[in-house]
Design a binder for this molecule. Structure first.
Ligand SMILES: Cc1cc2nc3c(=O)[nH]c(=O)nc-3n(C[C@H](O)[C@H](O)[C@H](O)COP(=O)(O)OP(=O)(O)OC[C@H]3O[C@@H](n4cnc5c(N)ncnc54)[C@H](O)[C@@H]3O)c2cc1C
Length: 811
């Protein structure tokens, strides 16, 4: 074994092998893989190894397409060919109209990535898969690229090519400890000696938390037992003369693919079982859990009804093995939160199919600092601090039970609720709040008219539509109050704090005390990394002079990593998170000033507290930090209150607001109002795939500033010209929002992708944002959007349709 390497990848399943291979493809040959047993001896060897191209967002579709292309290349490689049945095709079944609409949306979304799915009726499903009955079937989604691969050959081939490019693979070498040094490099201890590495990668499958513990990290990953069986030969398969397509069934939670002349059928039973929660035997390698087909009887029946031929043949083999699930079902691929030079590629539940793509995007992140797609949907930092073993297991069970049932828009499932709350949560619940979840936080979505009110989840506007409209009407014509919890907030102090932040943002930093500004942070490629509200708070009896850095609710670990990595060794900068200590109450509307005057002794006049001001004060007797900023487009106050005083502040505002017609409002109203103002959402409209000019944020960039992170790269991009532009569109129909990912079309060509969409109640228009080719960006351009399979006319409009001159906001 070498004594030093650039990257040590720990774990030789598909995750580790793919990462190793792609690191060499990115040009890094001095890399090693360390495997405690044989390659693929964890989960990979016994995988059903289906390779599907289906994803629910463009990053997932893109990375899966990469897997498919790579696996085809490996299959055709005469030096080390891999067994890969590519192109059997696959069908996802549906028996409700809403599922079918979902498939139409996913087809629209995938088209933007160059991937064509087909939506089929029931008869066509049965024509393509002659074993299935059409009972209780409406249709399905077809993907012609689906297939299955030999997982062991795949990993061996990846390792073979990586070795050829300089990588080394150490088998039967158990990693036993990890030590990080002051210069952020690592020593990896193994039972065969130690190796120093600049960077370590955890790719340890179901042993993820054993290796996590070696670096003091708990990853929100749980293993579930998962079973499939393989049947004897089925005569109808032999007679069909073609291979059977893959099948995925959300009606009864099973999948199948052809195995020799029989079928492999796998199950996601309701009575499912976690695995390894109290530790895993060190000798569990190349191993399986005991068969337990009784457990899957509930879903087995559904499979029998759909494919009656299954009842006529015997079972040859049962496989029951551990499969990893994360707290939200999506893998964790990227930088480990709070750690430097440490990455993970874990929680893969469809890792054989996706692994090629995940290893590719991870290698890009390691080598270049960022991948070519925005990887937030798989970023390990998307959860912040609440993801313990119990909560992870509860969500993993729920996800397993709903494996093929995608979330509908605004659907928030019941497991592990109330993980993050404030003192107001029960108060708002009693007042009728319907909650949405943001990074574990229970946030008001809208206020229900009656306790038993509920919406039908789907892709059209639902029963909450008029309620949201009424909330907005109150905000527009009187005053509304909304709790915004979990908003990320750092307090940045130290002599060099201003200089440091000035370097981090691409625009002008508000330097005057008591002023607030919006700022954008770029990555080294000049692309958008983060968005922050920066407030300068002077020294007071509450603390020294400080800067408050506020950003999106889930961004805490992401932004903390980015900022702290850039603090120079000789800089006096301290960054402290206040995210869990403070909550925002937003007071918005023409009567907001009058309410503030009733609850606080300060001067809230336009002159005394102009737009973009910040001050410390009291709301009644609750200490608060108030900013005059607005996401709604109405005159508004963001009132930041320590959680201990939140109820007091709420009570005071509510009582004062009563005489002014105050109404509570929620996140759906906020979403609508911000669309009318042209305001953006981080990770919906603000993505690492676009620079600030492409995103229409020109006024927040100061290219004549001395320097800032990403400036040189941005300057080069400006020379090349924009690849896409963010636009706002008005749609000709109001039946459904344009969901994120929907394709923007010019005749048959995809020319862009929707990032956000929703109804603007104040302007009475159905609105959408999209990144489109620059030729389609001018205001007035006629364009179409594929919404749920229907081409809807749309027109490009100015971004701020409501109060574009900002008269209302300024009060
Ligand atoms: C029954 C079943 C069916 C499945 N079907 C499919 C399917 O059809 N399609 C699909 O895409 N996915 C499927 N999956 C999931 C897929 O198999 C997994 O997502 C994938 O194999 C996970 O790969 P991995 O590399 O993350 O983990 P693993 O394959 O478990 O690899 C982790 C490796 O890390 C090594 N390791 C652990 N600790 C250490 C240490 N301390 N030092 C050194 N090495 C260490 C282990 O020995 C192991 O080899 C299925 C899973 C199961 C259980």
């Amino acid at each position: 074994m070498k004594t030093r390497t650039r990257v040590a990848v720990i774990g030789g399943g598909i995750a580790g092998c793919s990462t190793l291979y792609h690191l060499t493809q990115e040009g890094w040959g001095d890399v090693v893989l360390i495997e405690r047993d044989e390659l693929t001896s964890g989960t990979t060897w016994h995988s059903a190894a289906q390779v599907t191209n289906f994803g629910m967002n463009q990053t997932m579709v893109g990375l899966k397409s990469h897997s498919v292309a790579l696996y085809k290349k490996l299959r055709d490689d005469p030096e080390y060919p891999v067994g890969y049945h590519h192109g059997d095709g696959g069908i996802r079944l549906a028996n409700t109209e809403e599922q079918m609409l979902g498939y139409r949306h996913f087809a629209s979304m995938a088209r933007g990535m160059g991937v064509e799915y087909e939506v089929l009726d029931a008869e066509e499903c049965a024509r393509r898969h002659p074993l299935i009955s059409t009972d209780n079937l409406l249709g399905g989604l077809w993907d012609g690229e689906d297939g299955d691969i030999d997982p062991a050959q795949l990993c061996q081939a990846l390792a073979f090519h990586a070795r050829k490019a300089g990588a080394e693979v150490y088998r039967h070498t158990n990693v036993t400890a990890l030590t990080q040094h002051k210069d952020d490099t690592w020593t990896v201890e193994t039972d065969k000696g130690s190796i120093d590495a600049d960077i370590v990668v955890n790719a340890c499958g179901y042993r993820v938390n054993e290796v996590g513990a070696m670096m003091g990290v708990h990853h929100p990953v749980t293993s579930m037992e998962h079973q499939y069986f393989i049947t004897e030969d089925i005569p109808a398969i032999v007679e069909a003369g073609h291979r059977m397509p893959l099948l995925r069934c959300p009606i009864s939670d099973y999948y199948s693919r052809q195995e020799k002349n029989g079928l492999l059928v796998g199950f996601y039973e309701q009575d499912c079982k976690t695995w390894g929660m109290d530790g895993i035997s060190p000798s569990f390698a190349n191993d399986l859990c005991p068969d337990d087909l009784d457990r899957v009887m509930d879903v087995l029946e559904g499979a029998f009804e759909r494919m009656p031929a299954l009842t006529e043949v015997g079972i040859k083999r049962v496989v029951n093995g551990p499969i990893t699930y994360t707290i939200d079902g999506a893998p964790l691929v990227g930088q480990i939160p709070g750690k430097r030079n440490a990455f993970c590629i874990i929680g893969l539940r469809a890792g054989v199919g996706e692994g090629g793509g995940h290893g590719w995007l991870l290698a890009q992140q390691i080598v270049h600092g960022e991948a070519q797609y925005d990887t937030w949907c798989i970023d390990p930092r998307r959860f912040t601090g609440h993801t313990n073993v119990e909560l992870t297991a509860l969500k993993a069970i729920e996800d397993y039970q709903n494996e093929f049932r995608f979330h509908f828009p605004n659907e928030h499932r019941p497991a592990g609720r109330m993980a993050k709350t404030t003192p107001l949560t029960p108060v708002l619940e009693a007042a009728g709040a319907e909650f949405t979840i943001v990074n574990g936080w229970e946030r008001v979505e809208f206020m229900k008219p009656t306790p038993d009110f509920h919406v039908t989840h789907g892709f059209h506007y639902d029963e909450s539509f008029p309620i949201v409209g009424a909330e907005i009407d109150a905000v527009q014509n009187a005053v509304g109050l909304c709790e915004v919890n979990g908003f990320n907030r750092f307090e940045i102090t130290g002599e060099d704090a201003t200089g440091f932040l000035d370097r981090m943002i691409c625009g002008r930093l508000p330097r005057k005390q008591r002023r607030v500004g919006l700022a954008y942070l770029l990555n080294d490629q000049g692309m958008l990394k983060a968005e922050a509200t920066i407030a300068n708070i002077p020294a007071s009896d509450r603390g020294p002079a400080r800067i408050w850095y506020g950003s999106a609710a889930a961004s805490e670990f992401h932004d903390m990593d980015w900022l702290s990595q850039h603090v120079g060794a000789d800089e006096d900068v301290q960054i402290k998170s206040l995210t869990n200590d403070q909550t925002i109450l937003v007071l918005a509307g023409p009567k907001a000033r009058a309410v503030m005057q009733m609850v606080s002794r300060e001067d809230w006049s336009k002159e005394g507290f102009p737009w973009l001001s910040v001050r410390e004060c009291f709301i009644g007797f609750a200490p608060a930090t108030v900013m005059s900023v607005s996401f709604s487009g109405e005159h508004a106050y963001e009132i930041h209150v320590p959680n201990a005083s939140l109820y007091a502040a709420y009570t005071a505002l509510k009582a004062a607001g009563e005489t002014h017609g105050l109404r509570l409002f929620g996140a759906l109203a906020v979403e609508s109002m911000r669309l009318e103002k042209g305001y953006l959402h981080w990770k919906a409209d603000i993505l690492t795939e676009f620079d600030p000019f492409e995103t229409g944020l020109d006024r927040f960039v100061q290219m004549d500033k001395a320097d800032f992170v990403g400036k040189a790269a941005l300057a080069k991009r400006v020379e090349t010209g924009a690849s896409k532009r963010l636009i706002t569109m008005v749609l000709a129909k109001d039946h459904a929002p344009a969901h994120g990912g929907a394709s923007v079309m010019d005749r048959d060509a995809v020319v862009g992708t929707v990032t956000s969409g929703g109804y603007g109640y104040r302007v009475q228009k159905n609105l959408a944002y999209a990144f489109v080719e620059p030729a389609f960006a001018p205001v007035g351009t006629a364009i179409k959007i594929d919404i749920l399979g229907e081409l809807i006319d749309a027109t490009v409009v100015d971004p701020a349709l409501y109060d574009p001159k900002m008269t209302l906001v300024r009060g």
